[in-house]
Every structure is written in structure tokens, then in C-alpha cells.
Design a binder for this molecule. Sequence first.
Ligand code: ADP
Ligand code: MG
Length: 355
Amino acid sequence: MGALSIRQVRKAYHSVEILKGIDLEVDAGEFLILVGPSGCGKSTLLAMIAGLDHPTLGSIHIGDHDVTHALPKDRDIAMVFQSYALYPNMTVAENIGFALEMRKVPKAEREAAIARVAKMLQIEHLLERKPAALSGGQRQRVAMGRALARNPKLFLFDEPLSNLDAKLRVEMRAEIKLLHQRTRTTTVYVTHDQVEAMTLGDRIAVMKDGQVQQFGTPDDIYSRPANRFVAEFIGSPAMNFIECSREGIDQLQAHGVRLSLTPAHRQSLQSFSGHALVYGLRPEALRFADQGLPGELWMVEPTGPETYALVDTPLGRLTVRVPGQVHQRIGERVHLDWSAEQCHLFDGMTQQRIA
Ligand code: ADP
Ligand code: MG
């Protein structure tokens, strides 16, 4: 039995199905990410795990307990949300200790928990302040402290960093990861940010339209995306997609250009019956070369450590990720090269991965 089992969970509001049969098994101590575009059902699923709402069909188990219809207070969970309302009239220490007080935890034990959490989050010097006297980042720490003061079976986070500015978000992301490494509490973390997903998750469930598209490690998701949606959603800049067709049994071409394949690709094409395919190349798979696919440099986007070059080719506009700077000029004739091992093949009809 895993730490959290979600089985065939469906949720409809007024006959509109929002979650369409979710299955996830989360191991004890695991950091699970739910990622997907806005509106795909992440918060709805988290609310079912928290007990704030209940599935229309299916079941949810935490450890050995069927909690499908249990109240939030009976689930032994702690939550941190995007909008973290602290009690304005209470000090930081009182905010952190409040949930323990409600549970009638003795004073000495409560104080020990507050001290432990304050140390972990480096907010010991803020304990006597009221929330109004804190910065956004400090308030977010206190909100996390409230959740951490207890020792729950499950931590639930719903986009906890999205109200913070970019620099603070990166710092807090590292702290959440560090906290998880220390406490090893099973965690479910909702985000629409693919970088947060990749950096924090032991495993990631990529969702779209109320369904899990792929459930795997960050490496699975990035190196072997299950379909074109996952391939496009994870990775920035996004993967290049070239619509192509079959020539004979095991060759692919687009706009008269033969697309290179490995023997393994050709093998999988033997058992594929379709005609239309999509050939995917991540921007880092492409490089400038003396020969290869001809094109014209259309735009250059420097970021500092690397530059994104957009090149118009007979296969369409392709994004190339170049370490450092690009030395070619806008409008210059260039050539692009890549290794066939780096390409991803998708069925042009179903958009599912072929190889
Ligand atoms: P996400 O968190 O992935 O952005 P949500 O889970 O909040 O998405 O919402 C998924 C879909 O469910 C949205 O289309 C939203 O409008 C709808 N939805 C969420 N809660 C309710 C509700 N209580 N009643 C009706 N529709 C809802
Ligand atoms: Mg949401």
C-alpha cells in the first residue's frame, strides 16, 4: 500500500466532467508534482485529496485508510495555498501554533514545535511580529511554518510560490526542496510552472483536460514524452515539431527533405501503420553547422548564458538553443544539423509517441 492512492477519481460539477478518471499511486516520502495548464483540474484534484470536496466516483486512500468521504480534519494533512491568509491579530508564533492549540496540544509541546519550525525556516527573529510587519516572502515562510508545525502524513501545496517575485520564488523553491529532503513527508505539489515541476518533483503527473497525460520521473517526462502535448508543455523553449509523411516503409520526409532516423526508429516504423507523423527536435538538439538543413537566421534572443536562434528553413521556423552567443547575423544563410538519436516521433493522428 502506497502513501496515497487515487483510483479512478472522477468529478463532475453540474454534469460537466472536470476530472475524467485519475489514477495515481504515490510512494511514502515521495514528492509528487501535479502540473498542467490553467483549468486542467489540478486544484480540483488537490481539493479531493484534502477533503475540501469529494469525488463523484472513485476512491482516495491515505495509507491504509479510505478517506474518500472523510473530513479534512480526519485526514492528517497540512496545506499551503497560493493565498496564505495569516491571522492578522496574532503574532507569527501564535499563527504557527494555532493549529496545534486547536488540537489541544499541550503548551510545552506547542512551544517546542514553534521553535523547531522557526529554526528550520530561519524566522526565529520574527516570532513576536504581526503579519503586517512582514515582507511577502516572510509571510509565505510563516504560512509554510503553520503547515510544518504539525507532523502530518501528507503535505499539500497549491501554487504556493506564484504570488512571489522571481528571485524569491527561486529561493523558496530551493527551501521547499531542502525541507522535503529533511522531513521526507509525502508531498503533493500543484504548479503550472514546468521549471518548478522539473526541479522539485520525484515524479510528475502532467495533466490536461482532467486527465493524466503522463506520470513519471522528470527524466521520463523530458526524455520520453508520452505524446505531443507533454513534449510541448515541458521544456523551454518548446520542442520543434515537423509534420512529415512516410516514404516507403521506414523513411520520413517533409517538404522534400529526408529526415534522419536511427535503425531503432526504422524498426518501430515497421509496425506502425499510419502515414502522417510528427518529427520532434528539442532546441538543444539542433546546432549550427557548415552543411545540413539550409535556412536563414530570423531572430536572436540572448538570455546571457545561452541564446535562442530562430531559423527559417524549408521545414518551418525552428528554434535552436546555442550556448553563449550567436555569431551569425540576422538574415544570414546558415545550416542546421542534428543527430537522429535526438529526435522524437509521434503519430500524426493520435499524437502519441511512437519512438
Ligand atoms: P487548475 O487548478 O488546474 O487551474 P481547477 O481545478 O481550478 O484548475 O479547475 C478545473 C475546471 O473546473 C475549471 O474549468 C473550473 O472552472 C472548473 N471548476 C472548478 N471548481 C468548480 C466548481 N466548484 N463548480 C464548477 N466548476 C468548477
Ligand atoms: Mg489551480
